[in-house]
Ligand binder design. Structure first.
Ligand code: S3P
Length: 172
C-alpha cells in the first residue's frame, strides 16, 4: 500500500469510526485526523452548539470546508462524521485522498452504542431507534459506495482495525 494515501473511515454514528480510527492509526503509526474534532477546534465550540445556534445547514458548510482542507493532507487516518458522505463533493475529496472504508452495523447495535451519548444532536429528543432506522435507510447506499465495507457488530475496535489492515495489505 502506498504510504501517502490516507485511510478514510466513513459510516453511521456509533459504527465505531473514532475508536477504530484510533486503533488503526496506532497500528500503522499514523496520525488521526478526526473531522468533527478539527471543526470543534476551529470553531472553538462543540458540534452540538453549532447545530443549536446556527442549524444543520451551517454545520454542513463548515464540515465541507474542513473536509476539503484536511483531505489534502497525506499519510493519515481520517475519521468523518456520519453525514459527511451525503455531499458528493465531500465524497470526491475523500476518494481522491485515499481509501474510503465504511463501517457498518445493525440499527440495534448502533442504538446500544449511542443510547447514552448526549452529544449527537441528530438523535437527541427523538425516538432514537426509529430515527436511526430512518436515517440508515437514506444513508446506507452512500456508505456502500466506499472501497471497502466492514460489519462491526460484535467486534471490538481492535478486531475491526486488524480486518482493515489485512484488506489493505493486498493494495498496491
Ligand atoms: C452526524 C454525525 C456526527 C456529527 C454530527 C452529524 C451525522 O458524527 O458529525 O452530529 O449526520 O450523522 P459521528 O458520526 O462521529 O457521531
Amino acid at each position: 500500500m502506498r504510504v501517502k494515501k490516507n485511510i478514510v473511515l466513513v459510516g453511521f454514528m456509533g459504527t465505531g469510526k473514532t475508536s477504530v480510527g484510533k486503533a488503526l492509526a496506532k497500528k500503522m503509526g499514523r496520525p488521526v485526523i478526526d473531522i468533527d474534532r478539527v471543526i470543534e477546534e476551529k470553531e472553538k465550540r462543540k458540534i452540538g452548539d453549532i447545530f443549536e445556534k446556527d442549524g444543520e445547514p451551517r454545520f454542513r458548510e463548515i464540515e465541507k470546508e474542513t473536509i476539503r482542507a484536511e483531505a489534502l493532507k497525506e499519510g493519515a487516518v481520517i475519521t468523518t462524521g456520519g453525514g459527511a458522505v451525503l455531499d458528493p463533493q465531500n465524497v470526491e475529496a475523500l476518494r481522491n485522498s485515499g481509501y474510503v472504508i465504511a463501517l457498518l452495523a445493525s440499527p440495534e447495535t448502533i442504538f446500544e452504542r449511542v443510547r447514552n451519548a448526549k452529544h449527537r444532536p441528530l438523535l437527541n429528543g427523538k425516538d432514537m431507534l426509529a430515527e436511526i432506522k430512518r436515517l440508515l435507510t437514506i444513508r446506507e447506499p452512500h456508505y456502500r459506495q466506499s472501497d471497502y465495507q466492514f460489519q462491526t457488530d460484535g467486534r471490538t475496535a481492535d478486531q475491526v482495525a486488524d480486518m482493515i489492515l489485512n484488506a489493505l495489505k493486498e493494495k498496491p
